[in-house]
Design a binder for this molecule. Structure first.
Ligand SMILES: *Cc1c(COP(=O)(O)O)cnc(C)c1O
Length: 457
């Protein structure tokens, strides 16, 4: 029998998160206050986040202790298994060795509880009674709902309206975990009302839902806001993925030449890749690839600029690759990848040549997902199919070149609640949507009068 999975004993689960901000070749530029354009102080962020998370957001400590209460929750599904994708290797006839980290084993079905549990815990000890957030397809909303239930915090989720109507199951998961989920734009906030006034039939977007959730947090007592990706503290929490994977690759007697993850806000990609990126910073030759949809090409076609995280311009300005805060991505099935911005850490590492961005088209992601399901069994989230599509490309390139490459990718979540997307694919209702340059240029006009980072592109 060939060895299929590498299971780390529970007692060997990492006890510290890794913070790449300690090792970045170029120091990060600070977030700016949306009103003054000056660097944000911790106090500026205090109405939105608890101080313990703000400290992490700004920390340059390399190692951060994972609290015991968080480890106890992680132990429900962590350490997650590392698999060798022998079935996919055979189906492709590639000499490449393919490994994947299975983050779909969490109760919510994706990597998102790695930060949701931590954020709920830090809010709990800071005295937060209620957390507001936004969600697209519902992966983040469900992860946070579960985590708030663990720590006895009320949870309110603004869900992008088009997804709320199309994807009832994740909403029901949120309700099962005790959260209140409402479609956005809603009439509950000033931001929602102003969007509806202009467009009563607005399908919503992540940028709009973030505006609503932030407004609800700052106008409700004892309430904070939580973000499921993009921010530095989220990348730190997700490093548990890569720290486990380093140990598991050792068990396999291997080391990756290529690391791949899908990138929406950048968190599952960074979580797997950052602990390995430290080796690259120290001279090791690794190709680290962030994969995004061709129809929402933040890293591959968006400039590095200061931009708002939301549509209504309430959030701090972040230095990141962006398509502009008013960019509304095509109704792609990978809802978790439909975001105009990108993690500042991932953006900076692209500028520094540590991370290589690539984009793939929707049709090839579903083809890849079917190939994976039929060779490995697991049905992947549409977001995750982006990483699989890139893995297949690299494995076929290795075959052509006759090279024995080792590829490691992040299997960020299962697709069992996304079968409608597969149905659309089977019915021939999906297509590749080209994104004309003038659409991007128009959205980028909104950045013209904003401050520019030093390395603006
Ligand atoms: C949310 C999500 C993503 C994209 O978000 P990142 O922050 O870029 O990781 C990818 N895969 C799955 C399964 C998701 O739920």
């Amino acid at each position: 029998m060939e060895i299929k999975k590498y299971l780390l004993p529970e007692k060997e689960m990492p006890r510290k998160w890794y913070n790449i901000m300690a090792d970045m070749p170029t120091p990060m530029e600070p977030p700016l206050h949306p009103g003054t354009g000056q660097p944000c102080s911790p106090d500026d962020l205090a109405p939105i986040f608890p101080m313990n998370l703000i400290e992490q957001e700004m920390s340059t400590d390399r190692w951060i202790d994972i609290p015991e209460e968080v480890l106890d929750k992680y132990a429900i599904w962590r350490p997650s298994p590392l698999y060798r994708a022998t079935g996919l290797e055979k189906a492709l006839g590639t000499p490449a060795k393919i490994y994947f980290k299975n983050e779909g084993v969490s109760p919510a079905g994706s990597h998102k509880p790695n930060t949701a549990v931590a954020q709920a815990y830090y809010n709990k000890i800071a005295g937060t009674k209620k957390i507001t957030t936004e969600t697209g397809a519902g992966q983040w909303g469900s992860a946070l709902s579960m985590s708030c239930a663990f720590f006895g915090i009320e949870c309110k989720v603004f869900m992008v309206k088009v997804s709320y109507n199309q994807k009832p199951y994740r909403r029901l998961m949120m309700e099962t975990w005790g959260a209140n989920c409402i479609p956005s734009p809603s009439t509950e906030t000033q931001a929602g009302r102003s969007i509806l006034e202009k467009d009563p039939d607005s399908p919503g977007s992540l940028g709009m839902a973030i505006s609503e959730a932030v407004e609800a947090a700052v106008t409700t007592p004892d309430t904070k806001y939580a973000l499921g990706s993009v921010l530095n503290h989220v990348m730190i929490h997700q490093s548990i993925i890569g720290l486990e994977a380093i140990k598991q690759m050792k068990m396999a007697g291997d080391y990756p030449d290529i690391i791949i993850g899908s990138a929406g806000g950048g968190s599952n990609f960074a979580g797997l890749a950052m602990p390995f990126a430290l080796d690259k910073i120290n001279g090791k030759d690794i190709d680290i690839i962030a994969v995004e949809p061709a129809s929402c090409p933040t890293l591959t076609r968006g400039p590095f600029a200061y931009d708002f995280g939301d549509t209504v311009k309430m959030t701090p300005l972040l230095p990141m690759h962006t398509l502009g805060h008013n960019f509304v991505p095509a109704p792609l099935h990978a809802g978790g990848l439909r975001y105009h911005g990108m993690s500042p850490i991932v953006s900076q590492l692209v500028l520094d040549g540590i991370v290589r961005p690539e984009s793939v088209r929707q049709m090839e992601t579903f083809e890849a997902g079917l190939k994976f399901a039929r060779s490995e069994g697991y049905i992947s989230a549409p977001e995750c199919n982006h990483a699989i599509a890139m893995t297949i490309k690299e494995a076929l390139k290795a075959k052509e070149e006759g090279k024995e490459k080792t590829i490691l990718f992040n299997w960020s979540g299962h697709g069992l609640v996304d079968m409608r997307a597969y149905e659309s694919y089977f019915k021939g209702n999906l297509s590749d949507m080209d994104l004309p340059q003038d659409v991007i240029d128009a959205a980028l006009k909104d950045l013209e009068n904003l401050p520019k980072p030093r390395q603006a592109t």
